[in-house]
Ligand binder design. Sequence first.
Ligand code: GTP
Length: 369
Amino acid sequence: MKAVILVGGQGTRLRPLTLATPKPMVPLANKPFVSYVLEHLKENGIEDIVFSMGYLPEGIKSYFGDGSGFGINLAYVVEDHPLGTAGAVKNVEQHVRDGDFLVLNGDILTDLDIRAMIEQHRVKEAVGTISLTPVEDPTAYGLVSIGEEGEVLGFLEKPSWDQIDTNLINAGIYVLKGEVLDMIPAGVEYSFERGVFPRLVGKGLYGFSSNAYWMDIGTPEKYLQAHYDILEKNVETSVSDCLDSDFVCLQGKVNLETGAKLVPPVIIGDGTTIKAGARVGRMAVIGAGCTIATGCAIEESIVQEGARLHEGVRVRQSIIASGADIGPGTVVAGGAIIGENASIGGDNILTNHIRIYPDTVVKKGSIKF
Ligand code: GTP
């Protein structure tokens, strides 16, 4: 079976991380996010994969090439304007015309049993099967009601509590029959969620509900949470083995000076230096080639490749993008995001979900937010 991964979106909610880097290439535990999607597909026996792209396609193409380095076959189709989720699949029709195929949103981290989902699709002779996942707060989502046989009964957009009879939401992974392509107009924006699926209710549309791990990494909070879940092994990924039983994963040669402290779980990238008197963890992912100076404390945070943290920098529940330079004594906390190559002078306080754009220069002591 072939799979289409939708990676054409601009990822606006994850800005500034997605201004120069498309969401699929934003690192998760130091690897491009979408490489986890590819690994998951391969584990489920799916090796012919089409990327449906739009925004910043070049970085993805040059990293994955024809897929042979990853043991898969990759094809790329680039839209000249956004076509929406279904329009984007119509646009790759030549790759998936024959038989059933899989569609995945490109920003989902999951260990869903895709083989079992395909099996159910075949047993039910479904026209379409939507993966469904339960949520704690059903009022915040579009809900999907299913009957006893798994048939989709209807969709409910952000309902009030008295309307709710399900806690299942669309998990962004579909198995579809080729004939579904005939329902999608070519060359215009069209969505599965609002266009195709409502028209298929009662006509062979099924849900596949499961309690598999599921996280849409599209917001900073969920992107951080996905890291915490990888660090705690709440989801099985290719970095789980490296974390081993002590929950410390050193991804290569790490220069850990005597007196530097790692508090598990932590992941540290190749070539990073952690100086004496610095503390990293608990819950921290540090990229390759970073420098963490004396007196720094980093917890529940991500520091991407090549970032430099000078003496006494404290980072909590925040994200520092690649190449950023953080001056002595600065505090980065409370969901702050520091963009790529930003240069932050010492003695700043950056909190309250502040977002500093890439390459920005912030002078010493100028922000107490
Ligand atoms: P936000 O701007 O933060 O909402 O993110 P997004 O642009 O990624 O949108 P959203 O999270 O709703 O998209 C879900 C998935 O569908 C993502 O993997 C997107 O890359 C993909 N996607 C959304 N719209 C399009 C589109 O027009 N074309 C293609 N090819 N993919 C799309």
